[in-house]
Design a protein around this ligand. Structure first.
Ligand code: ATP
Length: 309
């Protein structure tokens, strides 16, 4: 019986491994699929951002659809001055994350122009563009590999000391040290499962290590526990201080200090200004703010949806 059990057990393990590899391959293919229309122009240049000047970002009359039948962004026009933070709010599906996908050039736009340092991003090589941008996504996908690998992913040549320094700055070092194999602990789907807050802190460490001139932060839709939330907000503010940043926010209280706030509705920017200016306008933003403050909703998306009821 035992003789039969061992090979059967091995087959079971093998089956799970193959299934997982296929799932990974599926992810890879869907990424390749996504990027297939985006190619470097013949004389594409490397994007180089001077640390002193930073990089201004401009969306100029951008129109975009993922599929020909349904337009997602309409004449979207705004500038993020170098070194400043622009936050985007609006209900679910209004096009907020699409802005970050376009800046990262996962897709090309149908008309208008997206510029960094006054040049269309299509004139830069994709690799240099993506090197200049660090993303802290809503839901970080971890590779089935060590936590050290996952942090160093943004800059594979980083030394172990640099990985540890980034983890310390992202307040995840003590947690990593408490794991059975420390920085060599396998995480991801087949390894240790991390909480939403821990995953976002890995993403923050990754971004700190990458040290990009441009930062995109996609706030988690679902609230993390308030300790993680506060820590992550404080870290993002710190990272954003010296960078040109685009913050996609769900909780308005996290973006009151942004130099510019854009309110999106069905692919249009319907209001823009600082928190103070938007409150004085007494429009959609002020309504969303009052709802969130009164505790009727914790989420800008819900506040909008409630408005529609
Ligand atoms: P949320 O707050 O829920 O993250 P969002 O404002 O960021 O929403 P987007 O993700 O930018 O919204 O999506 C805008 C619209 O584009 C949605 O209607 C969505 O269904 C559509 N969309 C997003 N990705 C794709 C895609 N790959 N193909 C087709 N349509 C898409």
């Amino acid at each position: 019986m035992l003789q039969l059990y061992v090979p059967l057990n091995f087959l079971g393990v093998l089956y799970r491994e193959i299934k997982q590899s296929l799932a990974d391959m599926e992810k890879l293919f869907s990424l390749l699929e996504q990027n297939k229309e985006v190619a470097d122009q013949e004389h594409a240049q490397a994007l180089q951002i001077s640390e002193l000047q930073g990089a201004a970002i401009r969306f100029a009359a951008v129109n975009f659809s993922y599929e020909s039948k349904r337009q997602i962004l309409f004449d979207v026009d705004f500038t993020i001055p170098a070194g400043s933070t622009t936050a985007v709010v609006g209900h679910s599906g209004s096009g907020k994350s699409t802005l970050s996908r376009l800046l990262f050039r996962f897709y090309d736009i149908q008309s208008g122009s997206i510029q960094i340092q006054d040049r269309d991003i299509r004139s830069y090589t994709q690799s240099s563009l993506r090197n200049a941008i660090g993303i802290v996504p809503q839901d970080t996908v971890l590779f089935n590999d060590s936590i050290a690998y996952n942090i160093a992913y943004g800059r594979p040549d980083a030394s172990h000391e640099e990985v540890v320094a980034a983890a310390k700055a992202a307040f995840i070092h003590d947690f990593v040290e408490s794991l059975p194999d420390g920085y060599q602990t396998t995480v991801g789907e087949r390894g240790l499962k991390l909480s939403g807050g821990e995953k976002q802190r890995v993403a923050i460490a990754r971004t700190l290590l990458k040290n990009p001139a441009i930062l995109i932060f996609d706030e988690a839709t679902s609230a993390l526990d308030s300790h993680s939330e506060q820590m992550i907000q404080a870290q993002i503010k710190e990272i954003a201080r010296s960078r040109t940043s685009l913050v996609i926010a769900h909780r308005l209280s996290t973006i009151v200090d942004a130099q510019q706030i854009l309110v999106m509705d069905q692919g249009h920017i319907i209001e823009r200004g600082t928190h103070q200016q938007l409150m004085e306008q007494r429009g959609k933003y002020a309504q969303m703010w009052e709802r969130q403050q009164s505790g009727m909703s914790d989420d800008a998306d819900d506040a909008e949806d409630e408005d529609k009821l």
